[in-house]
Structures are given as C-alpha cells and as structure tokens.
Design a protein around this ligand. Structure first.
Ligand code: PLP
Length: 389
C-alpha cells in the first residue's frame, strides 16, 4: 500500500494573470463593476461565439434573469430535470412558476429527445424548458439525421434556458455551448471549471433578451463615469442587485485565458480514469456521447452498482479515511422535501434518477492532477470496491 496522500475533490489552479489583474483593480480606486467586468464580458462572448454576454454575481442570478427575460409568468409550468443542482429549479419558484421535474438518461444524466417528447405528450401546456448540460457534456440540442432538442422545442413553441454551470468550455457539432439557443447561463463558483469565487455569465444572440437582462441587472457604472450629472437617474423596473464586482471579474479574465488548458488537463484525468477503471464490474462509468475534446469534464460521476461489496455512503467514508475527497451529484430534486411535498412527487416516476442516486459518487477531478495522485485514487477505488481491505 502506497504512502497516504491528501487529495481534494476539486481545486482550481491560479497560474496566470490573476494577481496582476486584481492589483490593477485595487490600484484603480474603484472596486466594483467597471472596466474589468466589461472586458470579461467581451472576451467571454468571443470564446463562446455569442453576440452578447452579461456578467453577474452567480449562475443562479443569471438563470433568474434569463427565465424572467423569456417571459415566464406566475402559474406557468417549466420543464427541468430532477437530477440537478437546486438552482436549476428554484429560479422557477422565484417567478412563482412551477417546475415539472423530468427523469434523465442513465449514465449521462441528460434530457434526451425521447424524454422530452414523452414529457410534452403528458404536459402539452408547458412552454419552457431549463436544460442542464450535465457534468460538462452538451445535451443533445442537435443530432445528425434526427430531431434534437432544439428542433423539438421549436416545433412545440417551447423556449429553452440552458444551465451550462458545468459546461465551459464545451461544444456540440462544432458549435460552442453558449451560442446555440436563446439564453445560456454559466457559473464561476469556486469549484467550477473556471472561477471568480462567486460569479456567473449569461450569453445570448438575441438583442431584446440582452436589453431586458441589462435592465434587470443593476448597471450603475455609467452613473459614476459618464460626463452627465450622476445624481439624476430614473427607475424603470424593479431590477435585481446582481452585478459582478471588478475584483471578481479580474480573476475571471485571468482564468479565461487558461480555460482551454484547464479543459485539456481535466480530459487527461478522465482518460486515466476510463483506462484504469473500465474493467471494474462493480461500477458504471459516465456515458459520453460527444468526442472527448468537446466535453468540459467538470465532473466524473460513477455509479456503484447494486450488489457491490460496499454501498455509496460507506465507499465515501472509506475514501475519506484514505484522504480522498469525493462528492455526490446529486440527490435528485424529486426526493427533496420542498418539491416532494408541494408537488406530491413519486420516486417511481424517476427510475433513472433513482437508480443513479442509489450509487452515485463523483471522483476527484482537477487540472494538473499528478500521475501519483491518480494512481492513488484508482488504487483505493479498486481496493474498496472489490472488498480487499
Ligand atoms: C453550480 C450550479 C449552479 C449555480 O451556480 P452558482 O454560480 O453557484 O449560482 C446552477 N446549476 C448547476 C447545474 C450547478 O452545478
């Protein structure tokens, strides 16, 4: 048995211009939203080929602004998958609308065209979809020779809000996630593929949506920098205080410069896991439908199969004893008290999410993970799962 290591679940490298850009902000005498935020928006829009980008202080804020801009009204219903982070669904409640939770494909945790078609057949009144690009893999928006989610939504008059909190940088058929649908929202939370500590970005090609989002996000910079008197301003809407401070945007700009390097590094880790865990009958590995280099690889979630020598919780405990951090993505929302009680949800309506939840655990994954660290993780995964203690 090798010497004990300490391996975190996630770690975002700070190896570029982070300190330099933050110092520029501190030296400028203006610490909140200004030029660095504007530059971050411009660069980010370029990277995902979107016409507009709007930076905010979290992905949850971006999702809220996005759903508001799509025109969701109180009492409307919105499709969203059960296997996701709570933000994807709670923003629907912010607008006093109601989520209709959907099951997902086992292995990828994505909504498929068939799942969507079945959902439309049983809920023809639903006109909105929050679509999660789970783990960093683009959902099947477009499929060669077959109707993808974009086509189906267009046919049925359904508007899509993409939750790409896991999916930067990611692509599908040569198009970046962030330029395919009407609105895409990204997260720069501490453990995401690039970070600003807390932060988010909304991208769109639609001028009207962009204008609405800009109105509803606080934009005071002009007040302090324009030549016009700054005391005179009007309130045209009850907006939200969702602007991102320049200190955070400075970190984001520096992270953005290394985003593709980080992605390549994450892919190397994933390739190691696939190579060294594929023969292990006790687990199912994540299902990948896209070429590896189109995937953002935010997460590497495995599922421990029923009948294995250990269950998920004891696997996590034993990994922790070996000094290895893991996580669970996710406990499905249909099991959460708030949604379960409010909407009388039944587990049997979510067979794939249930099957996943019984054994899901996410392995450590971050750029520049060393071969020694990877070998250590694999050694302990194999030891624990084969019961060779
Ligand atoms: C992290 C995450 C969010 C929320 O991101 P914040 O920036 O923390 O608000 C939303 N959706 C998914 C799927 C996430 O993983």
């Amino acid at each position: 048995m090798s010497q004990k290591l300490k391996i975190p679940f996630a770690k975002v490298p700070v190896i570029g211009n982070e300190f330099k850009y933050v110092k520029e902000v501190l030296d400028s005498g203006w610490l909140t939203t200004a030029g660095k935020a504007a530059e971050f928006e411009k660069r980010f829009a370029e990277q995902v080929n979107a016409k507009h980008a709007c930076v905010v202080n979290s992905c949850t804020a971006a999702l809220h602004l996005g759903l508001e801009a799509l025109g969701v009204q109180p009492g409307d219903k919105v499709f969203v998958q059960s296997m996701t982070f709570t933000s994807s669904a709670e923003i629907i409640r912010y607008l006093h609308a109601d989520p209709v939770l959907l099951d997902t494909e086992y292995g990828s945790n994505l909504i498929t065209p068939q799942i969507l078609l079945d959902a439309i057949a049983s809920h023809p009144e639903v006109k909105y979809l929050v679509l999660v690009h789970f783990g960093g893999q683009a959902a099947p928006m477009e499929i060669n020779g077959q109707k993808g989610i974009l086509d189906i939504c267009k046919e049925h008059g359904i508007k899509i809000l993409e939750d790409a909190a896991h999916a930067f940088p990611a692509s599908l058929n040569g198009k970046m996630v962030g330029c395919m649908g009407d609105i895409t929202c990204f997260s720069f939370y501490a453990n995401k593929t690039i970070t600003t500590g807390e932060g988010g970005m909304l991208t769109t090609n639609n001028d009207e949506i962009y204008a609405r989002v800009k109105t509803m996000r606080l934009d005071v910079w002009d007040r302090f920098t324009s030549s016009k008197p700054s005391w005179e301003y009007d309130v045209v809407e009850a907006g939200y205080k969702y602007n991102m401070p320049d200190i955070n945007a400075a970190i984001g700009l520096a992270q953005l410069e290394n985003a593709e390097l980080f992605r390549q590094e994450r892919q190397k880790v994933v390739e190691y896991y696939f190579e060294h865990l594929a023969d292990l009958g006790q687990i199912d590995l994540p299902v990948c439908h896209v070429p590896f280099n189109n995937h953002a690889w935010h997460l590497f979630p495995i599922v421990i199969k029923p009948g294995s020598p250990v269950n998920r919780n004891s696997f996590i405990e034993q990994m922790a004893e070996a000094g290895i951090g893991t996580s669970v993505h996710y406990k499905p929302l249909h099991q959460m008290t708030y949604y379960k009680q409010r909407y009388h949800l039944k587990p049997e309506d979510y067979p794939n999410a249930e099957r996943t939840w019984k054994g899901n655990v996410t392995l450590p994954l971050y750029p520049f993970m060393t071969t020694e660290e990877l070998a250590y993780v694999v050694e302990h995964v194999r030891r624990i799962l084969t019961g060779n203690n």
